[in-house]
Write a protein that binds this ligand. Structure first.
Ligand SMILES: [Zn+2]
Ligand SMILES: [Zn+2]
Length: 421
């Protein structure tokens, strides 16, 4: 920690800054409890062995709880690459005694899925690895998938589908999650997932559904299109984030969105929706679910596809954002400080979307939104706000392609949260 005093200013921390640590985690993962293709304990072990501190298994509309059996045939059918049988890999990893099987009425072998409570006893280690209960609350409006990850949930949430409009469907499901958090007294974050999956959500949707506080600036699934698509105006993730933040702060007097990075992994034996692509780094005093969630609610985290930051500190009094990048030998980094000035041009143009999209029209916003206000090649870039900005955020872009990219050539990056609003 190089800037303890500044970190303290950023954080109304209850402990000295030197006790804070960065914890690496993924909050969006699928297993055989829904449409993922491996056992949740196998997937959790994969993350643990690669140095992740926490993982949230977020299956569609279910917790990893209760009794669920799957046939061996269905498990093998979901596998993509040839090679060892999934069940053999499972037995090799945890031992034959751990794997429970039975024969059903049709004479097929079935395997019992471990519940989170069962596999967390095997895999969790205090201070080293934590499993956080989650669900991908998977609703939809017509052909628009509306998926929200609820992280640190206590009870399963049944989504509400097709409620009046896309925005109202989003809102009602976010309210269900907030109501559960209030009822159980446990902090929960809800992040709206993959706006460009089937072109379901626009920047204006994310701006106006102010119940939302988090969205996926990066999602490792190959059908997510983080760079957008030219026939859908303002569909680039960076534009979506900046437009939503600008409208929220300037027009709606609401806080901006925070950006998370996730895997949304489904395939663990080859395939294209694989783990290890996007994650969050959360700064907290201890590896404990409520503590991590509260740090994320304060905005004390960043999203990454490979760039590591040693420090992110916003000094409110000096209005200065300081970063310290953990440089790797031979790698170049460029930091862009992006934001919108208060006098931005608010004019919009309505543009037709492709006929197959769930949204017939999209709004094209002006070039004043999300401008690069400054850039730096330093490992310790800083930006001091002039007072004209609605907010500023940083994106750190390395010259290295990420490992196993979902989109060819996608670079290792990190995104910090908006400040100065
Ligand atoms: Zn989804
Ligand atoms: Zn998902």
């Amino acid at each position: 920690m190089r800037f303890p005093a500044l970190a303290l200013l950023l954080l109304p921390a209850i402990c000295p800054a030197e006790d804070l640590r960065w914890f690496k985690g993924n909050t969006h993962t699928h297993s055989l409890w829904s449409d993922g293709n491996d056992f949740p304990d196998m997937i959790s072990a994969w993350y643990k062995e690669r140095g992740y501190d926490f993982l949230a298994m977020s299956d569609h509309n279910t917790l990893n709880a209760g009794e669920k059996w799957v046939t061996e045939a269905s498990v093998e059918k979901k596998k993509i690459a040839l090679g060892l049988k999934v069940l053999d890999k499972y037995r090799a990893k945890f031992g034959a005694d751990w794997v429970e099987t039975r024969t059903n009425d049709q004479g097929e072998t079935e395997v019992k899925l471990k519940t989170l409570e069962e596999y967390r006893r095997k895999l969790e280690e205090p201070g080293k690895f934590l499993l956080v209960q989650a669900e991908e609350v998977s609703a939809g409006f017509g052909k628009a998938p509306i998926h929200i990850n609820a992280v640190n949930l206590a009870e399963v949430i049944q989504p509400k589908k097709d409620v009046e409009t896309i925005r109202e469907t989003l809102r009602q499901n976010l309210r269900l999650i907030a109501e559960e958090a209030a009822r159980t007294g446990r902090p929960v974050i809800a992040h709206v997932n993959h706006p460009n999956f089937r072109w379901a959500l626009t920047a204006d949707d994310l701006a106006h559904v102010v119940e939302d506080r988090f969205f996926e600036i990066y999602n490792g699934h190959p059908m997510i299109y983080p760079d957008g698509e030219p026939s859908r105006v303002d569909s680039d993730h960076e534009r979506i984030w900046d437009i939503a933040n600008t409208i929220r702060i300037a027009e709606l007097k609401q806080p901006p969105l925070y950006g998370v990075g996730t895997d949304d992994s489904h395939n663990y034996h080859g395939g294209s929706s694989t783990p290890g692509r996007g994650w969050v780094m959360v700064r907290a005093a201890k590896l404990e679910a409520n503590t991590l969630i509260e740090a994320m609610q304060r905005g004390d985290f960043y999203a990454s596809t490979g760039v590591t930051l040693e420090d992110v500190a916003y000094d409110k009094a000096a209005r200065t954002l300081r970063l310290k990048i953990q440089g790797k030998p031979g790698v170049k980094y460029r930091t862009e400080f992006r934001g919108t000035l208060k006098n931005y041009d608010r004019a919009v143009v309505e543009v037709d979307a492709p006929a197959e999209d769930p949204q017939p029209k999209r709004l094209k916003h002006g070039a004043d939104i999300g401008k690069v206000l400054a850039s730096s090649d330093s490992l310790e870039p800083t930006y001091t706000l002039t007072g004209d900005e609605l907010y500023v955020r940083a994106i750190i872009i390395s010259d290295q392609v990420m490992e196993n990219p979902a989109q060819p050539g996608y670079l290792q990056k990190a995104w910090t949260q908006p400040v100065g609003w």
